[in-house]
Design a protein around this ligand. Structure first.
Ligand SMILES: C[S@@+](CC[C@H](N)C(=O)[O-])C[C@H]1O[C@@H](n2cnc3c(N)ncnc32)[C@H](O)[C@@H]1O
Length: 375
């Protein structure tokens, strides 16, 4: 990019005239430099507004991101919502992920095993996000997980990082990742990222505490940055906010189909009837008892809600005792009502909701990071 720093204001105005750049007349020297620099780098078809002076709106290119293990696309949604990011590639191996992603985003998800995708075939990007699967770590204790590249997608993420060198990498996983295998798993993850020149900020964040969405969900977020300066200004400390009432996330009773309600014909009717007693409370069926969640929170939604049985949380409403609907599970993950659910099985919708990152948590991170990134 041309350096305009040694030029006078009048010379810069002349350059603007020559290049047919509009809106320069009231700008100070440093604003003119910004205008010329940004104008040089503007990509016509993807731009965001940057206000640099009175009535002067110029555009700068959006940062490109890729969303790995995209599931519902919650990462794409939250980062694109900042207005400063465009997702250029998303991937998941589950068909139901493609169905929900393609319904909600103009850009289409690439269906397939990430291990079969060559890093060099991916588009260039500045941001890489990934709520990577946690199962590989369950065998790390037997010293198999990190030894087996095919089984462990973390190595695949690293090979993509090695090729594309994104400025920001945002990873999410279960809280247990930190203590798994006596902390060795997390050490390996941290070492591999810092060796590649990243500064790491990580923290376990609880959806209920920092977003007001009443779901107890503790997940570790690892934000990796190439810039030491940006790292010194960034943090994952977010203030606690009051929790919304559970009823505010429920569908109107008239809209809830009868299939979600328990009846005296249900095999677990007696147990459920004797335990699910209060409204505005979410219950969870665990083995042979129904557990009440006492703190006006929905218990952590999990992918195994989609495997049938009694994993879906229960509530009592005016019509009776029922499971949360898939839409309500998406509400408890902070998805907006405009987020569409495709006509796929409830099992797959529950799985998608239980696997997702909470949208407002990622929004908090994305907004803070993108504000610093474009300053
Ligand atoms: C924990 S979920 C991530 C959910 C996502 N972050 C969201 O907000 O919806 C992990 C996802 O990784 C996908 N997955 C697992 N192994 C994969 C692989 N080898 N290649 C591509 N996707 C994979 C699963 O289908 C699942 O959707």
């Amino acid at each position: 990019m041309t350096s305009y720093i040694n030029k006078t204001r009048n010379e810069l105005i002349l350059i603007c005239k020559e290049q047919n750049i509009k809106g320069y007349s009231h700008l100070k020297k440093d604003e003119l430099i910004k205008l010329l620099d940004v104008s040089a780098s503007t990509i016509a078809n993807t731009s965001i507004g940057t206000n640099i002076g009175a009535n002067t709106v110029i555009s700068s290119p959006k940062l490109k991101m890729i969303d790995l293990f995209a599931g519902t696309g919650a990462f794409s949604y939250a980062f694109e919502k900042t207005g400063k990011v465009e997702c250029v590639f998303s991937n998941d191996s589950a068909l139901w992920s493609k169905e929900i992603y393609d319904l909600n985003f103009t850009h289409k998800l690439t269906l397939g095993n990430l291990n079969d995708i060559k890093p060099e075939s991916l588009p260039a990007h500045t941001i890489l996000t990934g709520g990577f699967p946690c199962q590989p770590f369950s065998i790390a204790g037997k010293q198999e997980g990190f030894q087996d590249e095919r089984a462990n997608v973390f190595w695949k993420i690293l090979s993509i990082i090695d090729f594309h060198k994104p400025s920001y990498v945002i990873l999410e996983n279960v809280k247990n990742l930190v203590s798994h295998d006596d902390g060795k798993t997390f050490e390996t993850i941290k070492n591999n990222l810092t060796q590649r020149g990243y500064y790491l900020c990580f923290k376990v964040l609880d959806t209920a505490e920092i977003t007001g969405i009443p779901q107890h969900r503790e997940r570790i977020y690892i934000v990796c940055m190439k810039s030491k300066d940006l790292y010194s200004k960034f943090s994952l400390d977010f203030p606690s906010v009051p929790k919304a009432q559970i009823v505010s996330l429920l569908e109107s009773e008239a809209d809830v189909p009868s299939k979600y309600y328990y009846t005296s014909r249900s095999s677990t009717w007696e147990l459920v009837k004797n335990n699910v007693l209060k409204k505005n409370t979410v219950y969870q069926y665990r083995r042979v008892y129904v557990r009440e969640n006492k703190s006006n929170e929905c218990p952590t939604l999990t992918a195994n809600m989609g495997t049938g049985g009694h994993n879906v949380p229960l509530i009592l409403d005016n019509k009776g005792i029922r499971k949360l609907t898939p839409r309500e599970c998406f509400n408890f993950q902070g998805f907006p009502s405009s987020y569409k659910l495709p006509p796929i099985s409830d099992a797959n919708l529950y799985k998608l909701a239980g696997n997702a990152v909470s949208v407002p948590v990622v929004e908090l991170i994305a907004q803070r990071l993108m504000k610093l990134a474009v300053e």
